[in-house]
Design a protein around this ligand. Structure first.
Ligand SMILES: Cc1ncc(COP(=O)(O)O)c(C=O)c1O
Length: 480
């Protein structure tokens, strides 16, 4: 294990621990509560715990109790004594840098009868075939040329720029680079702007493929935990101010997997912290249009900080099968990004670009019937979970594609194993942890499936959880 990531102070730990109900010996309560904070992603691998003496003082416990709790954490593999660095948190079997294995959608190759909840994406909207037919009508206008448009078809770049203007961010087509998706946008941005060893702050949990892509390009990931409400702005400010961070990747718009939305004051504060510390902001706004209850009418993050590089996608708002996304770049870096892209590919298919341009022009944003279906799916899943698994804590997200459920036991991997055995594929919480094996207290459940599939998933989840929980000793849930 490397140098400590962060120091947890004794008062800081005290506020995270909650009350000891007295049901167990104090050392067992303390050790277990810290382990749960680790499984919940609130305390990260590599964090230095307060010294025993400081904790004795802050909690009013005896030295023997605290020593015994720390010894138990070490015995169970959750902590390690480091000469000169006190006691550091470990995730058993994990390390910073070992997590965030890419999730590979398997829906279309799925074995018949297996329900795949590992991919969170809506189905194709009604009327998609009509857009392809109209694009075919436009195709003759292009077939006399060579078909290479390295930065994207001009009509699509203009349609994307126009969409940003509609959402409150002045943009010209020269600032838009069409990509093969948001993930490709992250890879291109890494290549163009982040040198080897660049420190990149990333919230955990997050969409794992982007983290894998950043690491592949040599970035060093600095994780920042999310809190129940979403982004931990004081935590972000601390990391940006103190850790020589070159860039920060954020998902302020219906975050994947937590579904949280950063409000206007939060955007202002994050944008200011980037500016103050000369940190390059990278915003993945793949889910920005996926509001379900009311349009938040928030301008894109780059309207708060014009230096931000934005990556986005057609996959969730229009259709994943188009395999298109884009980067919206400040003028300053547009050429570097275009150059980096030309080392990866020389452009996207013309027909699909014509389809997306027509969709953007005709009805920018999520199709109304897709939105209604997703809202119904979310509410069906929430009601079903409340009835069948009442001890799961699930917030009602105002947008995005999934529920992020807090389990009463750290058994997410066991849950997904049991679910798989019952014909239901699930991504455990640890799949979204920047560190391997973290977030065992969480599971993501997408609701963008058809109602009957969600109805079918619910009893499978219930029975898989009964089996997973049976393998875990009962324990309480500290404050998340
Ligand atoms: C936040 C986020 N970014 C990027 C992607 C990948 O998008 P694309 O299919 O456009 O590469 C996803 C897909 O799940 C996502 O949720």
């Amino acid at each position: 294990m490397g140098p400590p990531l962060a120091q947890l102070t004794a008062p800081g730990l005290r506020t995270m621990l909650g009350e000891n109900t007295g049901a167990r010996p104090a050392y067992a309560w303390l050790s277990e509560s810290i382990r749960t904070l680790v499984s919940n992603g609130r305390v990260l691998h590599g964090t230095r715990l307060p010294s025993e003496r400081e904790l004795v003082h802050a909690l009013g416990l005896s030295r023997t109790t605290v020593s015994r709790a720390y010894a138990e954490l070490r015995e169970r593999g959750f902590a390690e004594a480091r000469r000169g660095s006190g006691t550091q948190i470990r995730i058993p079997g994990g390390s910073v840098g070992g997590g965030a294995e890419p999730l590979v959608p398997g829906g279309t190759d799925a074995v018949a009868g297996v329900l795949d909840l590992t991919c969170a994406a809506p189905l194709a909207p009604v009327g998609l075939a009509g857009y392809f037919e109209r694009a075919l009508d436009e195709l003759p206008g292009y077939i006399n040329g060579m078909g290479y448009y390295p930065n994207g078809l001009p009509v699509l770049r203009e349609a994307i720029a126009e969409d940003y203007r509609r959402r409150g961010l002045p943009t010209v087509p020269e600032q838009v680079i069409v990509t093969a998706g948001a993930l490709a946008g992250i890879a291109i941005t890494s290549r163009a702007l982040l040198g080897p060893g660049a420190r990149v702050a990333v919230e955990t949990p997050t969409y794992p493929n982007s983290v894998a892509s950043l690491r592949q390009h040599g970035s060093r990931i600095i994780p920042v935990s999310q809190v129940t409400e979403g982004s931990d702005l004081p935590g972000i400010e601390k990391v940006l101010g103190s850790r020589q961070v070159a860039a920060m990747l954020a998902l302020p718009d219906f975050h994947n997997p937590t579904g949280t939305l950063l409000d206007a004051p939060g955007r202002e504060r994050w944008a200011a912290a980037l500016r103050r510390n000369s940190v390059q902001g990278i915003v993945d706004e793949t889910n920005a249009e996926l509001w379900l209850d009311a349009d938040p009418e928030l301008a894109p993050m780059a309207a708060w900080n014009r230096d931000i590089v934005t990556v986005s996608s057609a996959s969730k708002t229009y259709w994943g099968g188009l395999r298109l996304g884009w980067i919206r770049a400040p003028h300053r870096v547009a050429t570097a990004l275009a150059r980096a892209k030309s080392t990866l590919d020389l452009g996207a298919p013309v027909l699909e670009q014509l389809v997306l341009a027509a969709m953007l022009r005709a009805r920018p944003g999520l199709d109304q019937s897709t939105r209604t279906g997703m809202r119904e799916g979310r509410d069906l899943l929430l009601a079903g979970l409340a009835a069948r698994l009442p001890d799961w804590e699930v917030r009602r997200p105002a947008g995005g594609l999934s529920l992020w459920a807090n389990l009463p036991l750290p058994a997410s991997t066991a849950l997904s194993r049991e679910a798989e055995a019952r014909g239901l594929r699930l991504a455990p919480g640890s799949a979204f942890a920047v560190e391997s094996h973290g977030l065992e207290h969480w599971v993501r459940i997408p609701y963008a499936l058809q109602g009957p599939d969600l109805e079918r998933a619910l009893p499978l989840l219930e029975s898989a959880w009964a089996a997973a929980a049976a393998g875990e000793p009962a324990r309480g849930r500290p404050r998340a």
